[in-house]
Structures are given as structure tokens and as C-alpha cells.
Ligand binder design. Structure first.
Ligand code: ZN
Length: 674
């Protein structure tokens, strides 16, 4: 639950301030289809790494890509088979590649690649093909049997009868993650984390094995699929000799190589522990690994590789496989080090009930990193900040590691220049100017504060179940971290620490946050739909709450200008007070495990959309032609060998396009479909 994903405006608003190391000629734009733009990111300062670090990085990027098929299978049980089928048709197609059907087919395949499966990465809705079923059937008929991804014993016709409805029937596997609490969210979610079980059965199963008195509980269900066998509910674990063993074997090979060139013993120790966990699937080992990993703050090259975030599970238990490989950006890390070394001050002064404050904030280590590879659930759509481990007791006892992916934020920002967003949606010239000057830095700071301090702050009262907020847990946790960040962005402490140089700088972020939460993020929602995704719910919750509570004093208003709606903030100071009040309430809800109050807040502010305003936002957006979602392809790392077969250098290359990269990954990292 501890990742921050880019707000819509982060990808679209333009701020020209203080970019660190940017090649002005770097081409960020790669591809554009449906509601997606694909970018590439730069990896500055790769050349300053030592040969040993470059080798380490190379091995880790291989370990990252080796797990690609896992996320495809977790996202839906037919995804791998479908991917193979679609790619074989795509590469072997003999007809007119400019025909309407083929263009629609290509668009669909690009969407499926981006979603790591047949569902949209953000809305969770199944993609709707714009080519005809007869077109696809004709293409499949033209493929010889050996080009069909038939499962063992499956005939061509059997395959067709399974896959055609999966692609074309809107009622089949309609939603990857269904969060509608009035339904059985397990049975109605199309993800492949449960099979043949109901929500009630899964909850009963976990209740029967959970020990609420254990002060150091494992993360139940993190690495398993829940199934029914002979009428009995059970977990199938992901490990070397279990589910996804073939992919895990390959991850293990590359982790083993990386271990040999680790920077220090601490790093070697956590890689060893991670490997032991992958071999056995023992979640106790995963906790031990997480502690070692969180406590290693010395290593320059670093990575995440595993079953981590549980957003794709309607019950928030099973981790989606992901990997990030990165190295430290020392210059920018000075900023986060200042923040984290003052963590206790922030905790002690936060506007919450003192009983819910942490008496000792443990080692919130924070750094700014340069992403070198994104993989699994973090690819192509990625977070811009991460804070791990997720386990509450580990965070409390051993601290957590918080990172900001600066080169990714930079790429979003640089790729947005001149897109007309600010002119269309920001109320007036002075506000635009403030944002031009301060949005880049306050956005970064928001991410830092959210990750280093927000998620790490506060404590549960004794005996409160960490999953007590159930399906609202993720949205409320994100709101808590955002509120902590927003509250402190306006604090004079940041000027005192030398992080900001203008007492009004925070207003840039406040304006952006309200504009996004009340209006512009609606661009990501289809007409008539509610808000589902946790971060979007969080952002609307915060913004709508401020608007509502500030109504009397006209703190924030929605005003009309030339028939268009604008956010107008009249009293930034008062707005900060309201943010503080909401932070206090959400912290209380979390600390006491008050499900009812949390659910009431979510239902009142976070879910429903004003259809008129929604339509206006969509219309204004469509005239700007800005894609609502963006993601990245990775650079390539190519080792250079000497005549003895030793790596003497690693070359970094940016030349691939989106289609080339996706086809290469499917060819070279195909582990789970033969
Ligand atoms: Zn977060």
C-alpha cells in the first residue's frame, strides 16, 4: 500500500523549474494509442557507476525482466495464452497493415501490452476490441497449429471457445479488480489470485489461520493463490517448486549472479535471504529479508524484486509481482536526508491525537534514486515514489526505506511542455506563474513527504487489526500520507530547513491538488462510472472534503468564467487547517480500526462523480488532446565481454520503440508459456 503513483496533473502540468541533469535533445516520446502515451526515461549518470556496480545493475535488470510472465498470469489466467496468440498474428500478418481491422487489432495489442493483460491497468475494465470477431477468427484460421498457443491436450476449437468470449464478450471477466463491496469481490474479480472460492470462504480461511495476538505476523496471503481442492480452501504458494517456479528459477539465477558482485555484506545478506524466500515461499523469510533490506542504507545500487503491492487483490492480501532496479542520486538525496533526519519533529508536531503519534519514529531512510529498470506490475505504468516494506510491525520496529524516482518525474514533466493544460485549467496568470516557478519542486517534496514521513507516521492502538479498514484501507492510507505531506508543505519548518525559499511556494501544490482532485482527474473516468482506484478515491476524498468543510468561509470555490468551471482558492491558510482536521480524523480511523467511519468518509466524498462537471472536464480535455495515462519503456543494457568471456563494460541504449521492446521481452523472457 505504500506507493505513490503520478496524479494525472503530474503527467500534464508544466513546470519549468530546476531540472537537474537533462539532455535537452533527449526524445521522451515513444508511442501513442487509445488513452495512453508511452515515454522513455533517461538514466543520467549511469557512466559514473563502477564496473562492479554496472555488472550488478545488469544482473538485476535481468532478474527484473525474468519475472515478466508472472504478472501477466496474476492479472488473468488467459493472458499469457492470449499474448502469444495476438503476437503471432501480429508478426505473421500478411495482409494490408493499414487496413481498418489491422489498425484496430494493433491498437488492442498495444493496450494489452500496456495492461500486462486484457484489463486496463488503472480502471481495471476489460479492453474493448474495435476489430471484428470474424477478422480475428480468420487470422487464427490462417495460423498453422504450431503457431497456436495450445495448452496441453487442447484442440484448436477448444482454445477458440475459451478465448473468443474472453476477448469479445463484455460480460466475461469484465473487471480485473472489483471493489464494489455490495458484491462478492472475489468471485466477481477477473484477476487470477483466487479460483473457485467465494469471498466468504477466503475470509473464513484467513480468519482461521490468522493469529491476532502475534506481534510479528507474516503478511498472510502475500505469495499465494487461493483455490479449492476436494472442497477444502487452500493456498498455492509462489516459489521455486510451486506456482511460477519456472520464472522464479530464472529470477534466482540472476539474483545469484548479482549477489557475487554485491557492494557490501549487508547487501549480500539481503539478497541471500530473498533467494531463500523465493526457494521456499516461507513468508517469515520474506520478513527477515525485508528487515535486512530496509536497514541497508549504504548501497548505491538497490532493487525491489518480489510480490509486493496488493492493489490488484480485491481483499488486499496477495502481492503483485514487480521489480525496480535503481541507483542513488546523491545530489538530490540531500533533500530527503534533511527531511528524514527531522522525522521525529514532524511526528511530534503533526495535528493528530498524541495517542496516535509514534513516540519513536524508527529510521525513516529516504533517498532520491535514478530508476534503471521497471518491471512486472511497475511496467509500463510506474510509481514515482515507493516506500517499503509494507508490513506495519516491521515499519514500526525497523523503519522503512522511502525512495523518490526523480528521473521518472523528470521525464513526465519534460514530456509535458507546451501541451496547453495550464492555460485551459488554471484560473489565472498569477496562479500559473506560481506553478511554473514552484510546482516541480513542491511536487517532488510532496512525494518525499508522502513517502518518507506520511506512510511512516502514526501508530495503531494495541490489538487493532491492520486490515480492519478492509476494502477502504488502501484509499484511506493514501489519503493519510497525502494529508501529512500537504499539511507540512505549508509549514515554516521547510523554510527553516532550507528546502523551500518562498513561504508561498506550497500554494502551487495546493492549487494543483484541488484542481486534480475536484476536476482534472475525472479525465480518467468514463462517463457514468464511479471512481474505483484507491489513489483517485484518496485525491477526491481530500479535495471534496476541503471544498465541503470550507463552504461557509468560502475557503475554496468552484467558479464559472466564460461558461467554464475553475477552482478558486480564497484562503490557503484556512485550507491548511481543514487538511489538518481531516488528517486527524483519518489517523483516528486507522489507529482505532474504525471501519464504519472510514467507509462513511469514502462513500460521502470519494466515489461519486458530478456528471455535469465530469462531462465538461472530458470535453475540455479532448480539445487539448492530452493522453490521460502514461507509462515507459525501459532502456537496454548490453554487456560487453572480453575474449575470456568476462564483462568489461555495460552499454546503455535508448533506441527501441514500444513494439520492438514488447516483442523482444515476450521472446527473451518467456518463462511460463511453452
Ligand atoms: Zn502512498
Amino acid at each position: 500500500m505504500k506507493k505513490i503513483i503520478p496524479a494525472l496533473v503530474l503527467g500534464t502540468m508544466v513546470s519549468l523549474q530546476s531540472h537537474a541533469v537533462v539532455d535537452k535533445n533527449f526524445d521522451y516520446h515513444v508511442d501513442r494509442f487509445a488513452d495512453i502515451e508511452v515515454l522513455r526515461y533517461e538514466v543520467p549518470e549511469f557512466d559514473r557507476l563502477t564496473l562492479q556496480q554496472k555488472k550488478m545493475l545488469y544482473y538485476l535488470t535481468e532478474a527484473a525482466q525474468a519475472g515478466r510472465d508472472i504478472i501477466w498470469d496474476q492479472n488473468g489466467r488467459y493472458n499469457l495464452q492470449l499474448r502469444r496468440l495476438l503476437e503471432n498474428i501480429y508478426t505473421g500478418y500478411k495482409g494490408d497493415r493499414n487496413s481498418k481491422d489491422f489498425k484496430a487489432f494493433e491498437k488492442y495489442l498495444k493496450q494489452v501490452w500496456f495492461g500486462n493483460g486484457i484489463h486496463h491497468h488503472y480502471s481495471n475494465d476489460k479492453f474493448v476490441p474495435e476489430f471484428s470477431q470474424s477478422f480475428l477468427e480468420g487470422e487464427i484460421a490462417a495460423l498453422p497449429d504450431n503457431m497456436l498457443p495450445l495448452l496441453e491436450g487442447q484442440t484448436r476449437n477448444e482454445m477458440m471457445s475459451v478465448l473468443m468470449p474472453v476477448i469479445f464478450d463484455p460480460s466475461v471477466m469484465a473487471k480485473k479488480v472489483n471493489q464494489d463491496g455490495t458484491q462478492d469481490v472475489v468471485a466477481t474479480s477477473a484477476g487470477n489470485l483466487y479460483e473457485g472460492v467465494t469471498q466468504a470462504e477466503v475470509e473464513a480461511y484467513y480468519n482461521s489461520i490468522k493469529d491476532l495476538n502475534d506481534p510479528t505476523p507474516i503478511s498472510y496471503g502475500l505469495n499465494s493463490k487461493v483455490v479449492k481442492e476436494n472442497g477444502k480452501v487452500k493456498e498455492e504458494h509462489y516459489h521455486l517448486n510451486g506456482l511460477y517456479g519456472d520464472a522464479i528459477a530464472r529470477i534466482l539465477y540472476w539474483l545469484g549472479m548479482a549477489k557475487e558482485v554485491a557492494e557490501n555484506d549487508a547487501q549480500k545478506a539481503y539478497i541471500t535471504k530473498l533467494m531463500d524466500y523465493y526457494i521456499t515461499g516461507d513468508l517469515k523469510l520474506f520478513d527477515e529479508y525485508s528487515i535486512l533490506w530496509a536497514e541497508d542504507t549504504k548501497s548505491d545500487v538497490d532493487f525491489v524484486n518480489g510480490f509486493i503491492e496488493s492493489y490488484n487483490d480485491p481483499l488486499g492480501m496477495t502481492g503483485s509481482w514487480e521489480s525496480y532496479v535503481n541507483f542513488k542520486n546523491s545530489k538530490s538525496s540531500a533533500r530527503t536526508e534533511t527531511i528524514s533526519s527531522n522525522a521525529q519533529w514532524f511526528e511530534d508536531n503533526s495535528p493528530i491525537d498524541p495517542r496516535f503519534r509514534k513516540p519513536n519514529v524508527k529510521g525513516v531512510s529516504a533517498k532520491v534514486i535514478t530508476a534503471a529498470m521497471l518491471a512486472g506490475d511497475a511496467f509500463p505504468s510506474t510509481a514515482i515514489g515507493i516506500n517499503l516494506p509494507n508490513t506495519n510491525w516491521i515499519r514500526a520496529a525497523h523503519g522503512s526505506k522511502s525512495v523518490t524516482l526523480e528521473n521518472i518525474t523528470e521525464a513526465y514533466d519534460m514530456a509535458s511542455h507546451g501541451n496547453g493544460f495550464n492555460e485551459e485549467f488554471v484560473i489565472d496568470e498569477p496562479t500559473r506563474k506560481l506553478m511554473d516557478e514552484y510546482l516541480y519542486i513542491t511536487d517532488m517534496l510532496h512525494t518525499d513527504l508522502h513517502e518518507c514521513l506520511g506512510h511512516a507516521s502514526g501508530q495503531l492502538l494495541p490489538g487493532v487489526d491492520q486490515d480492519a479498514l478492509k476494502e477502504n484501507g488502501a484509499a484511506l492510507e493514501e489519503a493519510r500520507a497525502d494529508l501529512f505531506a500537504l499539511y507540512y508543505l505549508a509549514d515554516p519548518k521547510l523554510l527553516e530547513l532550507g528546502i523551500l525559499d518562498n513561504p508561498d511556494a506550497y500554494k502551487a501544490e495546493y492549487y494543483k491538488y484541488m484542481l486534480n482532485g475536484l476536476m482534472t482527474q475525472l479525465n480518467r473516468i468514463e462517463p457514468g462510472k464511479d471512481i474505483e482506484e484507491a489513489h483517485m478515491r484518496n485525491r477526491q476524498l481530500v479535495a471534496a472534503y476541503v471544498l465541503d468543510k470550507g463552504k461557509k468561509g468560502k475557503v475554496v470555490e468552484l467558479v464559472k468564467k466564460n461558461g467554464k468551471t475553475f477552482v478558486k482558492i480564497n484562503d490557503y491558510k484556512k485550507m491548511r487547517e481543514i487538511l489538518g482536521q481531516l488528517l486527524a480524523e483519518i489517523q483516528r480511523i486507522k489507529s482505532e480500526g474504525d471501519y464504519a467511519a472510514g467507509n462513511a468518509l469514502i462513500q460521502k466524498y470519494a466515489v461519486k462523480v458530478d456528471p455535469k462537471l465530469h462531462k465538461e472536464v472530458l470535453d475540455r480535455y479532448s480539445r487539448l488532446d492530452i493522453p490521460p495515462y502514461r507509462g515507459f519503456i525501459n532502456p537496454r543494457y548490453t554487456p560487453v565481454y572480453d575474449e575470456k568471456g568476462e564483462i568489461i563494460d555495460v552499454k546503455l541504449g535508448y533506441g527501441e520503440n514500444y513494439v520492438e521492446q514488447m516483442l523482444r521481452l515476450s521472446r527473451d523472457y518467456n518463462t511460463l508459456i511453452k
